[in-house]
Write a protein that binds this ligand. Structure first.
Ligand code: PAF
Length: 277
């Protein structure tokens, strides 16, 4: 496995490789990321994992400086997982001049997570397009845990005619049901013991809707109340169309429930796709 820090070296390394699979990450890797690499290996001959903590997607109150940077440990995990190349550019390499050209994501980017993280998906879409242009992969793999991000990246590819297949990986969970996330590392022992509750509450909401509850707002309010009672600070719980991410209407059958909530200072997200018959 090669660790490359510059765009020119990466281009030279990939010149004769096809198909190339890209797994974009911000590092601090866990088993969920390793699953993305394994999936990429099924679709590509050469798997590139990018590790870049992208300042453009952090808001002013979000802790960019303290985001865990664990390159040596990450590279050891990626080598064991069979990645071929790690692309770990510096900020100067990714943004040699101020990034004034930005990708404007669709309106849905200002709902759900975007409502409390203005500009976040603009930063994500911009860095992902740059990574796509730098690596020129045929396939790129993203996790469904970041369902809204995945939706926006699919739109990026569709609306800008990028010749890239987006492969979605199922959310990897701990035995408790807690979705794997780099942010779980911020939880205290007490918070960690409580953290799977977000998943349980979403499961309960799915059951309620599948049992015939058509008043989605009422079901969402119950889910919010259940989490608040246990000390969570809920950002949103929302039943949406899985294909458009717009608020679900009763006739719709392919749905997703998404939630974001804080336990102490850690903001966790999760979602569950489900069908109505
Ligand atoms: O999901 C992430 O880790 C990031 O948002 C991504 C896609 C690597 C862009 O910085």
């Amino acid at each position: 496995m090669q660790i490359i820090h510059t765009v020119s070296e990466l281009r030279a390394r990939l010149a004769k490789e096809a198909p190339v699979g890209l797994v974009p990450t911000m590092g601090n890797l866990h088993a969920g990321h390793i699953h993305l690499v394994e999936l990429a290996k099924q679709h590509a001959q050469c798997v590139v994992v990018s590790i870049f903590v992208n300042p453009l997607q952090f808001g002013v109150n979000e802790d960019l400086a303290n985001y865990p940077r664990t390159l040596a440990e990450d590279c050891a995990k990626l080598e064991a997982a069979g990645a071929d190349v790690v692309f770990a550019p510096s900020e100067k390499e990714m943004y040699p001049v101020p990034q004034t050209m930005m990708v404007e994501p669709p309106a849905i980017a200002s709902e759900l997570c975007g409502a409390s993280r203005p500009g976040h998906f603009r930063g994500v879409a911009t860095v992902v397009l740059k990574l796509f242009n730098i690596v020129q992969p045929q396939v790129a793999v993203f996790g469904k845990k970041d369902f809204q991000q995945l939706f926006i990246i699919r739109e990026l590819v569709r609306q800008l005619n990028l010749p890239i297949d987006i492969v979605a990986s199922e959310t990897q969970r701990e035995a408790s049901g807690l979705a794997m996330s780099s942010r779980n590392g911020y939880l205290s022992a007490t918070e960690r013991a409580m953290a799977a509750e977000l998943h349980r509450v979403l499961q309960q909401l799915v059951k309620t809707v599948q049992a015939g509850q058509k008043e989605y707002a009422a079901a969402e309010a119950l889910a919010v109340a259940a989490l608040e009672q246990s000390g969570w600070d809920v950002d949103y719980i929302s039943v949406r169309s899985a294909s458009t991410l717009l608020p679900a209407i009763p006739a719709e059958q392919d749905l997703v429930v998404l939630g974001a909530a804080r336990l102490g200072r850690t903001r966790l997200i999760d979602n569950l796709e489900f069908q109505l018959t």
